[in-house]
Design a protein around this ligand. Structure first.
Ligand code: NAP
Length: 517
């Protein structure tokens, strides 16, 4: 019997033994930086002469690893390999497939600090943010493994005289998994292992800023969990050309993607095209961007609200799809919440997160750095700069200070467009209803929070605040696997609810069988 699913506890780094273990892991991983990584197709490692580098955002001169620069041809070879491996993997019983995940979860738990260290170096996560990412990855494997046990075998159907009827979930085929760089472990592991445990085979193409973390996970699945050849294939290279080829391939049965609205829409359109030789309509699971709001009304605990706004807006430098990028505050408490939020934000310590005192690292790459700086300039024309706005010399690290603009128009660019960085817009609402209306005025619908002591208003928000993940009197980030299944509405995606009881069904198809006696 397996233990009941429980979320992986977070590490308390104020305990010296944990801090020491983290320092040891950082030193160990530092020694491993700069290696060259091949593709993995059908169980064979393929080294390429042409490579690209993943670099440390806090110190771009430091190369995390060099990665094979794959081509369209490699994409197609990987889909072929996944398609061949599907023939046998689909026959492996669900409970057996689940054990590969339980084994991988246990192995990752044993090497938790090491995985945290990779996240610190490759995407500039603070220790706490890295730990949460690793914990979520472990949770996904444990949770989906257990969900598979429930889905394995016949499902209950209504009894019919003279017949034996059953319905069972069978896998789809060879699929493509395309994760983002912002939860480069958790989201990548979640999408990949959900597909695999449901009986599918996968081509994983990690985001180009974070392939080293994905490579560590692939190694763990192959070496420690002993996944058969071809079940998990790993290709790195340009997202545009390789991504299009993976999506277009007629043998691709499904695409699981998390990333921007623009790429999600592109995949949605391309996947709808039926190519010669294709025998199915492709399934797409597309999780996209957000423009998430925290509403604070005049009855709220304003200190708790300010704490939550700061944590939600600036955790991992604001680079979360769930990040609070809009604080919508009722007029009578607007200046007070703004002041408290600015005071707290000014205390955030920014710097290279290999040093535990730095809670706030760099943004992921020069592209993000330039885009965020452009939005800061737009912010200066749209509102009042209250704090932040500064950036370092990008050659020394992609550091941008946590930035707050006040008095942003609810229809302004800072209020409507996803910036994906540490830029927070304060928006003044006349009253509660005005605030609720503003919270629903974007094309997205991912997360949101309300701070209020009014039961009536919270109940109204429960029905009317149109987001996939809604929180009352707490921050709008930090969803836990199994506790708050995660996914958004409208242009935030297909609401596929990662870490929820329905998620694995997205990677299956149901077969109904009748035996008449
Ligand atoms: P992105 O630029 O859309 O990239 C996502 C992935 O798509 C990367 O692996 C990228 O590869 C790949 N890609 C690029 N062009 C492609 C194409 N033509 N076909 C197929 N794949 C292609 O997003 P990102 O910057 O990595 O991530 C940030 C975004 O993710 C934000 O919008 C954020 O809100 C969203 N996000 C959403 C959720 C959610 O659950 N809703 C969670 C986390 C993040 P390359 O890196 O090689 O280009």
């Amino acid at each position: 019997m397996l233990p009941e699913f429980r979320n992986e506890p977070f590490t308390d780094f104020s305990i010296e033994a944990n801090a020491a273990a983290m320092r040891t892991a950082l030193a160990k991983v530092k020694d491993e930086l700069g290696r060259t990584y091949p593709l993995l197709i059908g169980g064979k490692y393929i080294e390429l002469e042409e490579t690209f580098d993943s670099v440390n955002p806090s110190n771009p001169a430091e190369v995390i690893g060099s990665f094979a620069n794959g081509t369209v041809e490699h994409s197609n070879q990987a889909v072929e390999a996944a398609d061949s491996a599907f023939a046998s993997w689909r026959t492996v019983p669900g409970d057996e497939r689940a054990r590969y995940l339980f084994r991988a979860a246990a192995a990752m738990r044993r090497r938790k600090f090491e995985f945290c260290a990779w996240l610190v170096y490759e995407v500039s996560k603070s220790w706490a943010e890295a730990d949460a990412d690793v914990a979520e990855a472990i949770d996904f494997m444990e949770y989906y493994g257990q969900q598979m046990l429930k889905l394995s075998g016949p499902q209950p159907v209504v009894d019919y005289p003279g017949e034996e009827n059953e319905m069972r979930y069978i896998p789809l085929g060879a699929g493509v998994v395309i994760p983002p760089w912002n939860f480069p472990l958790a989201i990548m592991v979640g999408m990949t292992t959900a597909a695999i445990v449901a009986g599918n085979t996968v081509v994983l193409k990690p985001a180009s800023p974070s392939p080293a973390i994905a490579a560590q996970f692939v190694r763990l699945m192959i070496e420690e969990s002993a996944l058969p050849d071809g079940v998990l294939n790993f290709v790195t290279g340009p997202g545009g050309s390789m991504g299009d080829a993976l999506v277009d391939n007629p043998k691709t049965r499904f695409i699981a993607f998390t990333g921007s609205k623009e790429i999600g829409i592109r995949i949605f359109g391309r996947a709808a095209q039926v190519h010669p030789g294709q025998r199915w309509l492709k399934r797409t699971v597309l999780e996209m961007g957000g423009k998430d709001s925290i509403i604070v009304d005049e009855t709220a605990d304003l200190d708790a609200a300010a704490d939550a706004i700061v944590a939600s807006a600036f955790g991992f430098q604001g680079q979360k799809c769930s990040a609070c990028s809009r604080a919508i505050i009722v007029e009578s408490v607007y200046e007070s919440v703004l002041k408290k939020t600015v005071e707290r934000t000014k205390k955030i310590v920014q710097g290279d997160p290999t040093d535990a005192k730095n809670q706030f690292g760099a943004v992921v790459d020069v592209k993000a750095f330039n885009k965020i700086k452009e939005y800061i300039e737009i912010g200066k024309t749209e509102g009042r700069l209250m704090t932040g706005g500064e950036a370092t010399d990008p050659e020394k690290g992609y550091f941008i200070a946590p930035t707050i603009f006040a008095d942003i128009d609810p229809l302004g660019r800072l209020s409507q467009e996803e910036i994906f960085g540490p830029v927070l817009a304060f928006i003044k609402a006349k009253d509660w209803h005005d605030a609720l209306e503003m919270a629903n005025n974007t094309e997205f619908g991912l997360t949101g929070a309300v701070f209020s002591r009014s039961r009536e208003r919270l109940e109204e928000a429960r029905h009317e605040f149109h987001v996939g993940n809604l929180y009352f009197n707490r921050k709008c980030t930090g969803a836990l696997v199994g506790v708050q299944p995660f996914g958004g509405f409208n242009m935030s995606g297909t609401d596929s609810k990662a870490g929820g009881p329905d998620y694995l069904l997205l990677f299956t198809q149901a077969k109904s069988i009748t035996d008449r006696f």
